[in-house]
Design a protein around this ligand. Structure first.
Ligand code: CMP
Length: 139
C-alpha cells in the first residue's frame, strides 16, 4: 500500500552531521522525501508528538532531548513506507537494532537514537498534521 510517514532526525543526528547519510538510507530504498524542514521544536509540539509516552518515566528527558537543538522533520512516501522506514531505522535500542539499520550503524544509546518514525497509519496522519500543518503540506 502507498503510504506517508513522518520522520524526525533528532538533535543528536543533526549535531553529528548525519542528515545526509540518514536521508540517503531512505532514498536508496526508493522512498520519496515529499516535505522537509529544519526547525527548533518547542516543548508544546514535542509533548503533543509523544503524547502516548506522557506517563513513562523518561518523558521529561525525552522532551528535553528533542528540544535541545535543531531537528529535521520530513514526510516520506512510498510503498509500505511506514514499515519500511521503521526497518531502515532499526530497533529503538541500538544494541538490538540490525547492523545495517541507521540505529544499528550509528546509534549509541536507547534514548538518543537519532531518528523517529511513525509506527502506524493513524499516528502517521496525526504526526504529519502536527509537524506540517495543512497549508504548508498542500502542493
Ligand atoms: P522514538 O522511536 O522516537 O519513540 C519514543 C522515544 O522515546 C524513542 O524513540 C527513544 O528516543 C525514547 N525511549 C524509548 N524507550 C526509552 C527508554 N527505555 N529510556 C529512555 N528513552 C526511551
Amino acid at each position: 500500500m502507498f503510504e506517508k510517514t513522518l520522520v524526525l532526525i533528532k538533535p543528536d543526528g543533526v549535531k553529528r552531521k548525519l542528515i545526509g547519510k540518514i536521508i540517503t538510507f531512505y532514498e536508496d530504498k526508493n522512498l520519496i522525501i515529499s516535505s522537509l524542514k529544519m526547525i527548533r521544536a518547542n516543548d508544546k509540539i514535542v509533548e503533543q508528538h509523544y503524547v502516548e509516552h506522557k506517563d513513562k518515566p523518561f518523558f521529561s528527558d525525552l522532551i528535553n532531548y528533542l528540544t535541545e537543538g535543531n531537528i529535521v522533520a520530513m514526510v516520506i512516501e512510498g510503498e509500505n513506507a511506514i514499515n519500511l522506514v521503521r526497518k531502515i531505522n532499526g530497533a529503538t535500542d541500538p544494541l538490538t537494532a540490525d547492523m545495517g539499520s541507521i540505529r544499528g550503524m550509528f546509534g549509541i544509546e536507547k534514548q538518543r537514537n537519532l531518528v523517529h518514525a511513525s509506527d502506524n497509519i493513524d499516528n502517521a496522519e496525526r504526526e504529519i498534521k502536527l509537524w506540517f500543518p495543512k497549508v504548508e503540506n498542500e502542493k
